[in-house]
Each structure stands twice: as C-alpha cells, then as structure tokens.
Design a protein around this ligand. Sequence first.
Ligand SMILES: Nc1nc2c(c(=O)[nH]1)N[C@H]1C(S)=C(S)[C@@H](COP(=O)(O)OP(=O)(O)OC[C@H]3O[C@@H](n4cnc5c(=O)[nH]c(N)nc54)[C@H](O)[C@@H]3O)O[C@H]1N2
Ligand SMILES: Nc1nc2c(c(=O)[nH]1)N[C@H]1C(S)=C(S)[C@@H](COP(=O)(O)OP(=O)(O)OC[C@H]3O[C@@H](n4cnc5c(=O)[nH]c(N)nc54)[C@H](O)[C@@H]3O)O[C@H]1N2
Ligand SMILES: [Mo]
Length: 767
Amino acid sequence: MADDTAKSTDDLPHSPGPAGGWGSMKGIASIYGETWASPGALDGLRRLNKPKGVMCVSCAWPKPANYSAFEFCENGAKATLWELTKDRCTPDFFSADGHTVTELRDWSDHELEKSGRLTHPMKYDAASDRYVPIDWGDAFAQIGATLRDLPRDDVVFYASGHAGLEASYLYALLARAYGNNNLPQSSNMCHETTSVGLTKVIGSPVGTVTFDDLAETDCYFYFGQNPGTNSPRFLHNLKDLKDRGGKIVTFNPVIEQGLVSFVDPQNPLAMLTGKETIISDQYHQLKAGGDVAAILGLCKVVVEADDAAQATETHEVIDHDFIKQHTTGFDEFIACCRDAKWADIEQASGLTEAALRDAAQVYIDADKTIGVYGMGFTQHTHGALNIAMMVNLLLLKGNIGRPGTGCCPVRGHSNVQGQRTVGIAEKAHLVPLDRLKELFDFNPPSKDGMHIVDAVQGLIEGRVRGFVSLGGNLVRAVPDQKRMEEGWASQDITVMVSTKLNRSHLYPGKSAYILPCLGRSEMDEQATGNQAVTSEDSFSMINGSIGHRPPASPHLKSELEIVAGIAKATLDPNPKLKWDEWTADYSLVRDLIEATYPDDFRDFNKRMFQPGGFWRGNPAAERIWKTDSGKAVITTPPQLDSLGFKDKPGRYRLLTMRSNDQFNTTIYGYSDRFRGIEGTRDVVLMNPDDIAEAGLSDGDSVRLVTDYDGDDIERHLGGLKLVAYKLPRGTIAGYYPECNVLVPITHHDQISKTPASKSIPVRIEAA
Ligand SMILES: Nc1nc2c(c(=O)[nH]1)N[C@H]1C(S)=C(S)[C@@H](COP(=O)(O)OP(=O)(O)OC[C@H]3O[C@@H](n4cnc5c(=O)[nH]c(N)nc54)[C@H](O)[C@@H]3O)O[C@H]1N2
Ligand SMILES: Nc1nc2c(c(=O)[nH]1)N[C@H]1C(S)=C(S)[C@@H](COP(=O)(O)OP(=O)(O)OC[C@H]3O[C@@H](n4cnc5c(=O)[nH]c(N)nc54)[C@H](O)[C@@H]3O)O[C@H]1N2
Ligand SMILES: [Mo]
C-alpha cells in the first residue's frame, strides 16, 4: 500500500510562512536594492498591467479589467526592476581590461545577467576572444550577406515568447520570405503539449476559461503548477474562491507554499493581522509522472458514484446528455475505469485509494470545476496523455464550455501564446499561407520547419548552420546542454537579439552578433511617435502596452526595428514588404495581423486598450469542437505509468523546477524562500527514507548520473548538496537550468516532443 499522502496543512516542512505577505515585499526590496533600479522604475511598477500602461514582462497571467492600485506581484516587480536596472554591460566590459568570452564561461548565470543591460550592438572577434562594438548598419549588412549565402533549410529563427505581436508577426514573415518554416519557439519546451494535446481532444490549442469563469467556479483541480512563484497574481483568484467557500484539490509531488496558504500583500488589514487564507483543501503528493493513474482513480470513483446514483434513480453524477451529444470514446473509457485495479493505480500514482476517493468526492459534489495545470503536466513523456486525462475528468460532468468551468493551462512567457497566434509556428498547416501569398506576393514555403528538438539535434549533428534568436537563452534552456554548446559554436552565424548577457552569447558561431533591444517598459520612439505593442495572455485576451521609461542606452533598437533591419539586408526587394513604413508606425503591422487573421483580430487597433484586453474567442468554450470527429474526445489511456520510463532499483525520477528567485534562465538571486532553501541552487531534494536506503546522509555532496535506456551517452552533474525533503519515495528534485545537462534530447513527450524535464531517469552517487 502506498502512504496516505493527503496532508493537513499544519504538517509541512520548509514552510517559513504563507505566500505573499511581508515576505513578498522583502523579495521586491531585495531586487530593488541589488539592481539599484532608477527611482523612476517604481513609477514603472505603478503602471503595470493597467490600460495604456506596461503589460508585465514576467508571466502570461491575465490582467483584470477592474484593476487595483497595484496590479503586480512580487515576481512581476522583480522582472520589471531587473529590466530597469542601472547596471550596464558596455563595450568596456569586453575591452582589453575587461573579460574574454572563454573566461566568462566560468561565471554563473546570475553574474552574467547582473553585468547589466547591453548597450551597443556587438560582434565577436575571435582573435581577441571578445565582443567588440559594431555599427548597426554594418551588423545588418554582414548578417544579411551571410544568411543569403546559406542553404535556406539550414537557418533557424527561434523566438522566446516575449516579443510583442507586431515584431513576432514580422519575424515569422521574415523566415517565410527567406524560405523556411524553421520557427521553433520556447513553447516547444513548455506548453507545446497543450498546443498539440489539447487540440487533439477539444480542438483548441489554448485554455477555455476567462476571468468570468474563475469568478463563478466552485472548485479547482490543480495539477503541477506553482502559482506562488510562477503566476502570483493567480493567488488572488484562488483566495477569492476560498472566500466564497469553494474547494481546491491539489496534486503535486512538492508541497508548494502558494498552494498551501496566502496573505494578500495588497490587503492592508491582512498584512497587519497576518491573516492567511488556506488555499488547498486537499494536497496530494503524488509521484512525479503519477497523474495519469491518479486521474484514472478519480474517474473510477465518479463512474462508481454514477452507477450507484442511477441504481436508485434519484439523480446522475455523469452528465449523460452532454456525453451523448458532445463526446466520443465514452464507453471504452468507462470500461477501462471499471477494469482498473486499485493496486495498480496506487502503485503508479503513489497515492492511496482512500486519498483518491476523498479527492473524487469533492469533484462529484462540485457543480462547476476548472482544471488547472502547468509544467508538472506538460513536461513528461506522457504529457499529452496527462492533458487528455484531465479533459476526460472534466468532460464526465460537462465541465467544459459552461460558465464557471473549463481547462486552464497556465502559460509561461508574457506573449508566448500570442506569438503562436500570429505565425511563429514550425508547422505550416497552422498558418494561412494563402493569405500571406495574397498580401505579400511571394510563395511561402509549405514544408514543415524544425521544432526545437529537431533544431537541437540538427545543431549537435552540424546540420544547422545559422541561428537567429529573438530573445531567450537557448543554449542554457534546452536539454543536453553540454552537447548543444559544441554544436551551437560550430555554426556559420549566431545572431542574438537580447537585453542582457547570457550563456548563449558565450558559444559564438564563426560570425556572432549580439543585437541589444529595448525592454517593454521603455519608450519606443519611431517616426510617428512612441509606439505601443500588444501581447496575448493565458486567457486569449489581447492587450496593448506602452513603455514610458527612457531607454537603457541611446544605441538600442526595438525588436521590430531589428527584425526589419535583418529582413531588409537579407531578402530580395519586394515592394509589398514595407519594412520602413512598418517600423515608422506599428499600427500598420496590426492592420496586417487583422488582415491575416480577421476572426481573431477584428478592429485590432480600436480595441487594443480595452481594460482587461479583448478576447480572441475560443470555439471549445462554446462547445464547438474542431476535432476530426467534431466532438470532444474521451481518451482511454494505453497504460498507467510514464510512457518510456521504466522504474528500476537505484533509478529515480528527477523533476527540475524553478526557484522563487529566477525567471527561467535569469537568476535573480539564491533565495527559494517558500521551500526554505537559501544561498545555493546546487541541491538535490530527496525523501529521507530514500536517502537512508541509498546509504547517504542529509548534507552529503552527491552527483547525478542520467540513467537513460534510450542511448549510451554519459551525462552527469556533480557538486550537489543532498537536502532531506518531504517528497514521495523515488521522486527527487533539482533546479532548472542547472540540471539541463542531464536531460537527453530524445526524452520527450511522445506526440508534441516537449522535453520531459519533470521525469528524468537518474542515479545518485556520493561525490
Ligand atoms: N517568477 C517566475 N515566473 C515564471 C517563470 C519563472 O521562471 N519565474 N517562468 C515562466 C514560464 S516560461 C513558465 S512555462 C511558467 C512555469 O510555471 P510552472 O508550470 O509552475 O513550472 P515549474 O516551476 O517548472 O513547476 C512545475 C510544478 O509542477 C510540479 N510537478 C513536477 N512534476 C510533476 C508531476 O509529475 N505531476 C504533478 N502533478 N506535478 C508535478 C512541480 O513540483 C512544480 O510545482 O512560469 C512562468 N512564470
Ligand atoms: N530542465 C528544464 N528545462 C526547461 C524548463 C524546465 O522546467 N526544466 N522549462 C522550459 C520552458 S517552460 C521554457 S519557456 C524555456 C525558456 O527558454 P528561453 O525563453 O529561451 O529562456 P529565458 O531564460 O526566458 O531567456 C532569457 C534571456 O532573454 C533575454 N530577454 C529578456 N527580456 C527580453 C526582451 O524583452 N527582448 C529580448 N529580445 N530578449 C529578452 C535576455 O537576454 C535573457 O538573458 O526553458 C525550458 N527549459
Ligand atoms: Mo515556459
């Protein structure tokens, strides 16, 4: 029998206090002190997430229409202050008295970015092993000449989900006019599982809920997402539900403080009295990768309850009318639920039958439920199956497409969803190529381009010869980082559009350029004045954003201007491609977006400053299922455990997670205060019984070795301190991106290829 893992919230280790509260104020103050952002930066915070203000550069959580005085969270404030730092990484940093690129490889990610905002366009000089300043015009001309000489299929145009819709639309146009669909994006490592998996079952690549649903729901089933750190403004909605008497049931191998309790830092009374709200009614610490089995257990109880209700003919638990009218696959799935053995479910999930019965009862009792998930769901070999299972659970009671119900994938980068909407997509069928042809009079390529996994394999094998990066830090973010470094540096050309120095700059291609850009909170003055940009959040709401801060350096260009500069230097002249006019007035680009996607972007320029944004719409939210069968698909799981992951003695499931002091590969500092880990990120968290069984002790120095059946490549990471932690047996945890050297590039979700960073098979050795 597995342990009973439904925890009472006063029984938690490493919970120094509720999420929010004074701790979050200290968190903001520590970044303010460390970066010494200019006093005007605080004005930037006041404008965050309000109409005609700046849309936060941190996560993609939506902005409410009824905003309050401070519409930002601890981590949004940190991201903003980090961007508005006074520190500058000028050409002096690389001058004769400064640093060589090779030397900088020994710097930490924190130290690299802490060098400050990049101020000048730079080119790598191999003779001195330094970046040296270059004139913008020369940089564009050289980049254009090199790209023109390369075979079209060998160049990749990557985007991290940050740049606004206008720059992103033009970036996708640049790649297609150049001649390929090699447009992988950070979501390939993130919510690609949602784009592919959710489309398969409900015909929509994005979540179905909006704030109205959150305000009406009775219940959240909450899987594998850490709101206290990664989407703190969501804590307000969770608290609202608790204040209304609703229920929250959480499934997560790690006890995350934001899902335990919360003090609203914007509520003076709560701050003074320290009155906290208990968030999760039940907290189920399942095994990493145990969600398919856990949800099957929940569904089994729902089916049993429905059988019992029908026998007495008093009511039904399953919404049979909805199932008949709107779904396929019900009978097969119900048979699977009935056949499933509790012993197998307990073994695969790490949860007891009793715990799952408690959770299922909440689901049965609730009229309206929302299913929430994040990376704990998507970054598995069976990520798409996780999503399909959650959709099964919701469909049983008609919990999609009804007010107060739906699926709520919590997206990452602030515009990651929107970039996909406007054409940054490696899959050609997702883009209206005919319309592009009509609008711009060229033949867009119809062959699919490279996913990030294909691009990394291409880099490792030397097939990819040129890389343009619109933001991001790909070398550090991807699996198999060590092998990637070599492949990256052997390219003909690397072009990074960046705000700060990062590890990807330290493996320059034969010619290598850093093109520094404005941040979203800065003024973007063009010929027709200060330009607005737009982004799309997790609820498919489109918002305008206007920067008000002076640029970090007079030499910076906007992302859109840089894309246009590269395009003009690279592409054959085409009178329909009006790069200069578009740069002068971004509203013309919004007109193009509307012309390309008329259903999504009707009256784009008129509606972009609507408070809370305008909704792009989602057929699945209206029970129109754009699947092959025209119905929502109930999926029968082929097996209960992780696909392609075999347990064996001495093999652990390593999950990689974010601390409270980072944004992806940007490391603000070394305080993961909600987990009680301070001063270091080089740790492995492990269950005390597992530590004893492995013959190790809390505090030991250890190394992790990848124990992967898929290949014989040696992957290891040493210098880690073992920390006894309340985790399920067999599941261990470490930080992303440090652990990326351990992730094999072929270890990914079966249908979307999202790297399985939440269940890496590893052994642990005393160092
Ligand atoms: N401050 C801050 N905000 C961010 C980011 C950041 O780095 N810092 N990153 C942004 C980005 S790009 C993204 S994608 C999001 C990421 O936000 P999250 O989706 O919260 O990502 P992770 O931190 O990777 O945490 C995933 C959670 O899943 C849990 N988990 C791991 N394995 C499993 C499992 O098998 N089953 C279940 N049920 N749970 C599991 C982990 O314990 C953890 O709580 O946040 C965005 N917002
Ligand atoms: N093991 C493991 N690996 C993971 C994950 C995991 O959970 N575990 N998570 C994955 C996920 S969810 C994601 S989204 C990826 C993230 O991968 P990326 O999106 O590639 O990485 P980031 O760390 O977000 O990129 C940081 C860099 O972006 C640049 N930047 C910041 N702001 C701007 C801006 O306004 N404009 C431009 N042009 N550049 C800017 C800065 O130079 C900064 O150094 O990593 C993935 N990798
Ligand atoms: Mo992400």
